[in-house]
Design a protein around this ligand. Structure first.
Ligand SMILES: Cc1cc2nc3c(=O)[nH]c(=O)nc-3n(C[C@H](O)[C@H](O)[C@H](O)COP(=O)(O)OP(=O)(O)OC[C@H]3O[C@@H](n4cnc5c(N)ncnc54)[C@H](O)[C@@H]3O)c2cc1C
Length: 600
C-alpha cells in the first residue's frame, strides 16, 4: 500500500536552488511570502494532500461522478466534504489577487502546492483548476461590475468556474465554434448551443457554477475573429449578490471515460428553454484573443498535472519494488535467498528513468513558473519582457513534454509492478489511465508542437531559441570544466544535447516557411527534443548546486549526492537520445508526409 508523501526536500531544493524563490519572494507585491509563511504553506499543503486528498483518489476512480435523473450530478463519497475543507483552508485563493479575497502569493509557490494536489488526486483538483481559468478570464478582461459580482465568491471557492470552448465540430479548431449569443438590447445576451467535454460543468460541491462560454454574435465575422466570451451563471445573481432564477443551462449527460472518473465531464445545453442569459466579457469578437492570454496559465497547469502524476506513479512503484520478492540478485552467491525486486538492475533502470524524468520536468516547470512571476512583477520593464519571452517559449515544452513523459512514467510504473500493475487494486493502472488525458486537453501535443515551431521558434527567426541554447551551453561548459568527475560527465552529454537543439532549430526556422508540411511533420519530435535537453539543463544546474553544498558541508549529503547521481543518470541514459531526435527532425519530415492519404 503506497501513501502519497509530498517530496518536500526535493521541492525545496528546486524552489530555492533552481527557481530562485528568494528572488521571486522579493518582487513587489509578494511581501507576504516570507520564509516562514512559505514553509508553513508547503507543510500544510503536504498534510492536506496526504491526509485528505490521497485517501479519496482510488475510491473516486471506482465510484465516479454520476448524473442523477433530475439532471444534477453527484460526486463520489467524500469529495464534497474535501472541497469544503479545501476552500475553508484558503487553498482556492492562494495565488489570487488580494483585491478579491485571495492571498496574492507567488505563482511559484502555487506551483509546488498545485503539484501536490495533482499527485494526490487529479480528478478532485480539476474543479479548482478550471475555476482558476474562469477567474483569470474575468479578472483580465471583465468589467468592474462583472469582477465585483463574481470574483469574490469564485476566489473563495463558494462558486466554481468552468471553461466552455469545445463543441462537437470545434475541438482543436476553435474557429469552428457555432454557439450563438443574441444581444437583448439591455446589455445582456441570450446564448444557444451545445458544449461538450465540460469539466465540472455540473456538480454538487457548490450552489452556483459560473460558466465561461465562447459564442458568436449574429453579425460576427467568420473564423477566429468572430468569437466572443460570455459569463453564464447556473443561477442568475441578484444586484444584492443573492442567487436569483435558474438560468437556461443544463447538463444533459456525462461522458464515460478512460480516467479521471471522479471529475464530471459534461455535455452542456444552452438555451433549450428560451435562451441562457449571458454577460459579455470585454469586447465582442475578441473572445479567442482573451482565451489565448489565459492559455499560458492553463497549459502550464496541465503540464504540472504531468509532473504530479509522474511523482505519484514513481512513489507507488518504489514502494512495490521494496516490498515484492522475486528471483535472486544478479551475481549473488549460490544458495542466496530471494531478492526484493528493487535489487534487480532492470528495475533500477525503470525507477531511475521515472525519477530522473520527474525531477527534470519539475525543475523545468518551476523555473518557468518563477519567470511567470518575474514577467508580471519585475520592476524593470526590459526584465519583464525578457522573462515573458522565456515563458512563452517554455509553455509548450512544459505542457507538451511533461504530459508526454508522464505517459512513459505511468507505464513504467505498471511495468515495475509486473502483473499486479495491470490489476486495478494496486493503483498503478489508475495513474496510467488518469495521465492519458493530459496530452489531449488544453491543446493536444500536436497543437503545442505547431505553436512551438511556428510562433515560438520560427516567428523571431529562432532568436529566443538561441538565447535559451546559449544559457544551456554556459551550464554545460561550467559542468565540463568541473574537477568532479560526475559533473564533468554531465557537462559533456549536456553539450551534445545543446548541439542537437541548435541543429534542429537551425533546420526548423527556414523549413517552417519553405517546406511547412515537412516542418509540421517533425514538430512533435522537435518539441520533445527541447523537453529532453532543457530537463538535462536544469538537472545539470541542480548537480552544480548540490556539489557546491557538498563542498561546503551544508545540507543533507545523501540527498545532495542523489541529486548528482540522478543528473548523471539522466545525462548518460536519456540525453543521448537528443542526437537521434535531432536527426529525425532534420531528415524525416518529407518521408512522414510522402504517402497519399488513400494509401492508409
Ligand atoms: C476529459 C476531458 C475534459 C475536457 N475538458 C474540457 C473543458 O473543460 N472545456 C472545454 O472547452 N474542453 C474540454 N475538453 C476538450 C478538449 O480540450 C479537446 O478534446 C481537445 O482540445 C482536442 O479536441 P478534439 O477532441 O476535438 O480533437 P481534434 O481536434 O479532433 O483532434 C484529433 C487529432 O487531430 C490532431 N489535430 C487536430 N488539428 C490539428 C492540427 N492543426 N495540426 C496537427 N494535428 C491536429 C489532434 O492533435 C488530435 O491528435 C475536454 C476533453 C476531455 C476528453
Amino acid at each position: 500500500m503506497s501513501i502519497y508523501h509530498a517530496p518536500l526536500a526535493e521541492m525545496r531544493f528546486v524552489l530555492d536552488e533552481l527557481a530562485g524563490l528568494d528572488q521571486v519572494a522579493g518582487l513587489p507585491g509578494f511581501e507576504e511570502a516570507t520564509p516562514d509563511v512559505v514553509t508553513a504553506i508547503l507543510d500544510e499543503a503536504a498534510k492536506f494532500a496526504t491526509n485528505v486528498l490521497d485517501p479519496l483518489n482510488a475510491g473516486g476512480d471506482r465510484e465516479g461522478a454520476q448524473r442523477l435523473p433530475d439532471g444534477t450530478v453527484k460526486t463520489p463519497a467524500g469529495f464534497k466534504d474535501a472541497y469544503r475543507q479545501f476552500c475553508d483552508n484558503g487553498w482556492n485563493g492562494l495565488i489570487k489577487s488580494t483585491e478579491y479575497g485571495g492571498q496574492g502569493l507567488p505563482h511559484l509557490l502555487g506551483t509546488a502546492v498545485e503539484e501536490m494536489w495533482h499527485s494526490s488526486n487529479l480528478a478532485f483538483n480539476l474543479c479548482a483548476m478550471l475555476t482558476q481559468g474562469a477567474i483569470e478570464a474575468i479578472a483580465l478582461r471583465g468589467s468592474k461590475a462583472l469582477k465585483d459580482r463574481y470574483l469574490p465568491n469564485m476566489v473563495a471557492g463558494t462558486w466554481t468556474g468552468t471553461m466552455n470552448l469545445t463543441e462537437p465540430q470545434a475541438g482543436s479548431d476553435l474557429a469552428a465554434v457555432r454557439a450563438r449569443a443574441v444581444p437583448q438590447g439591455d446589455g445582456t445576451y441570450q446564448l444557444f448551443g451545445q458544449k461538450i467535454f465540460i469539466t465540472y460543468g455540473e456538480h454538487d460541491y457548490t450552489e452556483n457554477i459560473i460558466h465561461l462560454v465562447l459564442a458568436r454574435t449574429p453579425d460576427a465575422p467568420e473564423g477566429v475573429k468572430g468569437i466572443s466570451l460570455f459569463v453564464v451563471p447556473k443561477f442568475l445573481v441578484n444586484a444584492d449578490g443573492s442567487l436569483g432564477a435558474r438560468n437556461d443551462v443544463q447538463c444533459v449527460s456525462l461522458e464515460h471515460k478512460l480516467g479521471i472518473h471522479a471529475s464530471p465531464t459534461a455535455i452542456m445545453a444552452y438555451g433549450d428553454h428560451g435562451g441562457a442569459i449571458g454577460y459579455l466579457v470585454g469586447e465582442e469578437n475578441r473572445g479567442l484573443e482573451y482565451m489565448f492570454i489565459m492559455m499560458n496559465l492553463a497549459r502550464f497547469s496541465v503540464g504540472m498535472e504531468g509532473v504530479g502524476i509522474s511523482e505519484r506513479a514513481y512513489q507507488r512503484a518504489v514502494a512495490y519494488a521494496k516490498e515484492r520478492t522475486q528471483g535472486k540478485p544478479v551475481g549473488a552467491e549460490k544458495g542466496a535467498t530471494g531478492a526484493k525486486i528493487i535489487e534487480h538492475p532492470d528495475i533500477r533502470r525503470m525507477l531511475m528513468t521515472m525519477r530522473a524524468q520527474t525531477e527534470a520536468m519539475r525543475a523545468v516547470a518551476y523555473v518557468t513558473s518563477a519567470a511567470m512571476d518575474n514577467a508580471h512583477r519585475h520592476p524593470d520593464a526590459e526584465a519583464r519582457k525578457r522573462h515573458q519571452a522565456f515563458v512563452d517559449f517554455m509553455i509548450p515544452i512544459v505542457k507538451g513534454c511533461s504530459t508526454e513523459t508522464a505517459q512513459e512514467i505511468a507505464s513504467l510504473g505498471i511495468q515495475v509492478h509486473g502483473g499486479m500493475g495491470f490489476i486495478e487494486e494496486t493503483g498503478a493502472a489508475q495513474h496510467f489511465r488518469d495521465a492519458r488525458i493530459t496530452t489531449i486537453y488544453e491543446g493536444t501535443t500536436g497543437i503545442q508542437a505547431n505553436d512551438f515551431i511556428g510562433r515560438k521558434t520560427a516567428r523571431d527567426g529562432g532568436a529566443v531559441a538561441r538565447v535559451v541554447a546559449d544559457e544551456m551551453d554556459k551550464v554545460a561548459q561550467e559542468l565540463a570544466r568541473h574537477g568532479e568527475p560526475n559533473l564533468k560527465a554531465i557537462g559533456a552529454r549536456l553539450a551534445e544535447g545543446v548541439a542537437a537543439v541548435r541543429a534542429a532549430a537551425a533546420w526548423i526556422v527556414p523549413a517552417n516557411g519553405a517546406n511547412p508540411r515537412a516542418a509540421h511533420a517533425v514538430a512533435v519530435p522537435y518539441l520533445m527534443l527541447w523537453g529532453l535537453v532543457t530537463g538535462g539543463w536544469q538537472l545539470g544546474r541542480g548537480a552544480l548546486a548540490a556539489q557546491k553544498h557538498l563542498s561546503t558541508g551544508i545540507g543533507d549529503a545523501r540527498f545532495l549526492v542523489a541529486k548528482i547521481q540522478t543528473a548523471r543518470f539522466y545525462a548518460e541514459a536519456l540525453l543521448p537520445k537528443a542526437a537521434g531526435l535531432a536527426q529525425a527532425v532534420t531528415a524525416s519530415g518529407d518521408a512522414t508526409v510522402a504517402l497519399p492519404a488513400e494509401q492508409f
